[in-house]
Write a protein that binds this ligand. Structure first.
Ligand code: ZN
Ligand code: ZN
Length: 155
């Protein structure tokens, strides 16, 4: 059975965490529109989905869509909306984090450059202070590289 949302731990770890931490599992199958389950309210009707808040099976008449999630109509919509809100928020926070990592990495290169340039020239006349400047420059570059790689993994 294919899940309703194609979110995996790999392609979207934060959202994945938010969803799995919520008291829900996405089991609504869009293609087959059926589950081996009956509606909680109408025992003879097939469930087409499961409420994301209380896990009751829901038939076509009983479900409400809240964002990308399903809820019992007139009962759990508010609860599910809250989860959907958290999920949306974490997507935004996630891309903000990505940008912070990337820009900090760029910033560190800018900070490192004068140390490397000045350090290289100082090596000619005053190697003892030149090596210190070069060392500081390379430490900044190393941090920059680590942040850049972290940012790229988040993509
Ligand atoms: Zn419900
Ligand atoms: Zn029903």
């Amino acid at each position: 059975m294919k899940p309703f949302l194609y979110i995996t731990q790999k392609n979207c770890p934060v959202l994945w965490m938010a969803i799995t931490a919520s008291p829900t599992t996405l089991v609504f199958d869009k293609e087959e529109r059926s589950l081996n389950m009956k509606c909680f309210n109408h025992r003879d009707a097939d469930a087409v989905g499961v409420c994301q808040s209380c896990h009751r099976g829901l038939c076509v008449d009983c479900y409400a869509e809240v964002g990308n999630l399903l809820a019992c109509r007139n009962r759990c919509e508010e609860d599910v909306a809250r989860w959907d809100f958290i999920a949306q928020k974490s997507v935004t926070a996630y891309s903000a984090n990505y940008k912070i990592y990337l820009w900090t990495s760029v910033f560190l290169v800018v900070v490192a450059l004068p140390f490397v340039v000045v350090g290289s020239f100082a090596m000619l006349n005053e190697p003892s202070s030149g090596i210190v400047a070069l060392f500081i420059g390379f430490v900044f570059l190393l941090f920059s590289l680590v942040l850049f790689r972290t940012a790229r993994k988040m993509r």
